[in-house]
Design a protein. Structure first.
Length: 212
């Protein structure tokens, strides 16, 4: 893959791609496992999303800095070591300062090490581009992942529990559709959200081409 220069790939495009047009969850369909598993509450979504964003941002920076020094034959192993280091930092931080959130997210924080979103950005972007575009790419994809988690979580928490951020928003007579917080409800909600976002993106892209 040819290296993308800053002039041909401006930072604004990197940001909008990560957030919307190449959103890792809603467009590229990456990171499905944590998205489905922890999107039962907005608190979990924000915690998981920001943890992944931290790892994406700093691992992209370090991989970009070291890209010319890492031998091609051991690049995947090197990426794992770098990513695992930042995952360990965020895991220990959550356990020290936010133990309830750490317990709620459970094994999904350590599993960030093998998250396909992290590896995809390391291999396809950070290993081929300078530090600043790589940092913006990591931030944009991390926030795109966080946004996707939050959208799905808000829908599931409101419909499935009648709460938002743990606070009840309906009266006592509200009957939550608990099916939505079950695995089946996760697949259903995510599928509807993905379909809606991809429809909007396709219409936006078609409009831009028509305008040109």
């Amino acid at each position: 893959m040819k290296t993308i220069s800053k002039s041909k790939y401006p930072l604004s495009k990197i940001m909008t791609d990560g957030l919307i047009f190449k959103n890792p969850v809603l467009i590229q369909l990456l990171g499905m496992c944590p998205t489905l598993a922890i999107s039962t509450s907005l608190q979990n979504a924000v915690g998981m999303g920001l943890a992944a964003t931290f790892v994406l941002f700093f691992s992209n920076i370090l991989i970009s800095l070291l890209r010319k020094f890492i031998p091609d034959k051991i690049r995947i192993a090197s990426y794992i070591v770098i990513i695992a280091g930042f995952v360990s930092i965020i895991d220990m931080t959550l356990k020290a300062y936010l133990p309830a959130l750490s317990d709620s997210l459970g094994v999904f924080i350590p599993l960030i090490v093998v998250n396909c979103i992290i590896f995809a950005r390391a291999e396809s972007f950070a290993s081929k581009n300078p530090v600043l575009p790589s940092a913006v790419d990591g931030l944009a994809c991390g926030l795109g992942f966080t946004g996707a988690l939050c959208i799905v979580s808000v829908i599931r928490e409101i419909i499935g529990n009648g709460t938002i951020w743990g606070f009840h928003i309906f009266g006592e007579g509200f009957q939550p559709a608990t099916m939505i917080v079950l695995p089946f409800g996760g697949f259903l909600t995510l599928g509807i959200v993905i379909a809606g976002v991809q429809f909007i993106v396709s219409k936006t892209s078609a409009g831009k081409k028509g305008g040109n």
